[in-house]
Design a protein around this ligand. Structure first.
Ligand code: SAH
Ligand code: SF4
Length: 390
């Protein structure tokens, strides 16, 4: 197994405890950058132009030093450097699977550790699987993240930073570079994105901005376990592609393995899918279906699935179950999966069987879980203070 661990660099020069910490502007949107410039006393009529320049340097060029911003005069660069950094959060661990999948464990703040996974060779190029929460409030029985209590929602900035870190690591600046491998974003990491819709929407405004990270909205997929009331509004807000974690096509079984189904049963979920903004044959919904041995994998289940999808522009991703320590399920046999795929395929739905990626580094679907625990706010504050004055 060719697993590489990135050692964190030696701690560099520390600021004296009394020096105010300089915030990093990386990950912020235009409005927030403008507000910082205003505080700095930049002439009001120049703020828009300066914001545009800085935004472009950060997100199109990925610069890490103020002096790289060559269209900004030196004295202003120095002033900016006195007050702000272009730092990234710490990568606590970086693992590379033998199949090329890369997993990053990123410390966004004390006690807030997030995983994201880059999967090469998806859609001819590559997808970054980002997290929207630390932990998850839902407890789908087959999912490792579901065993980690929710610590908190990620901010838009913390979602954007996951993309920045992957771009840094892949060496894919500037944005305009041809043949980038990181071309797609999937919200299929830790957490339920539709319990954090505002942050997902705001992060996409930066990720999809042509002057920003430049990833088209058609290349963004938001996956949900089925938070029905937020499906339509999310589509309106983001124009993203929708994926539904379906995993069972009848209410009894789905409620057993995905408790959210008790709140939003299949009839409501499928109606929300039919109403998804922009739904068409060229903008189909992906239904994810994890293959659990002896649970949801028989030909009868496949036929149920076809019936449920009738009339919806859909494709089905069949995901072999990825085991994790303590999981109760086994992956269906290969023959069973193929038979299932054939039935769905013959009914006219594309039904690729997803090759598990990065299993050796625990980066595959449903295997993500960080050590972050829910802590009292006072404990996080104390740790944060200790980190600042270290
Ligand atoms: N919370 C969202 C986003 C996470 S996506 C959602 O549930 O859609 C992660 C995908 O991997 C989901 O489709 C999830 O159901 C699936 N998954 C979870 N555990 C898995 C496992 N052990 N093996 C394979 N897929 C799994
Ligand atoms: Fe949460 Fe999605 Fe895992 Fe369910 S499958 S526990 S919603 S991350």
């Amino acid at each position: 197994m060719s697993t590489t661990l990135l050692q964190n660099a030696e701690p560099g020069l520390k600021e004296t405890p009394s020096a105010p910490a300089r915030p990093s502007l990386v990950g912020l949107g235009r409005k927030e950058i403008a507000a910082h410039l205003e505080e700095l006393g930049i002439e009001p009529k120049k703020i828009r132009m300066r914001t545009k320049q800085i935004f472009h340097w950060i997100y199109n060029y990925g610069v890490t030093e103020w002096d790289q911003m060559t269209n900004i005069a030196k004295p202003l660069r120095a002033k900016l450097a006195d007050h702000f950094t272009l730092d990234r959060p710490e990568i606590v661990e970086r693992l590379i699977s033998k199949d090329g999948t890369r997993k990053y464990l990123i410390r966004m703040a004390p006690g807030i550790e997030v995983e994201s996974v880059f999967i090469p060779d998806v859609s001819k190029t590559g997808a970054l699987c980002v997290s929207s929460q630390v932990g998850c409030t839902l407890t789908c029985k087959f999912c490792h993240t579901g065993t980690q209590r929710l610590v908190r929602n990620l901010t838009p900035r913390e979602i954007v930073l996951q993309v920045i870190i992957a771009r840094d690591d892949l060496g894919e600046w500037p944005t305009t570079q041809e043949n980038r491998r990181l071309t797609n974003i999937v919200f299929m990491g830790m957490g339920e994105p539709l319990y954090n819709t505002d942050a997902v929407g705001d992060s996409l405004d930066i990720i999809c901005d042509p002057e920003g990270l430049g990833i088209g909205r058609r290349r963004i997929t938001v996956s949900t376990s089925g938070v029905v009331p937020d499906i339509g509004p999310m589509g309106e807000r983001t124009s993203a592609m929708l994926a539904i974690s379906l995993h069972a096509a009848n209410d009894d079984l789905r409620s057993q393995i995905m408790p959210i189904n008790k709140k939003y049963p299949l009839a409501e979920l499928m109606q929300a899918c039919r109403d998804y903004p922009g739904l068409s044959n060229s903008k189909r919904i992906t239904f994810e279906y994890v293959m659990l041995k002896g649970v949801n994998d028989s030909p009868k289940h496949a036929k149920e699935l076809i019936k449920l999808l009738r009339g919806i522009p859909a494709k089905v991703n069949l995901i072999p179950f990825n085991p994790w320590p303590g999981s109760d399920y086994e992956c269906s046999d290969w023959d069973t999966i193929e038979t299932f795929a054939d039935i769905v395929n013959r009914a006219g739905y594309a039904s690729p069987i997803r090759t598990p990626r990065g299993r050796d580094i625990f980066a595959a679907c449903g295997q993500l879980k960080s050590e972050s625990e829910k802590k009292r706010a006072s404990q996080i504050r104390a740790e944060s203070k200790a980190a600042e004055s270290a």
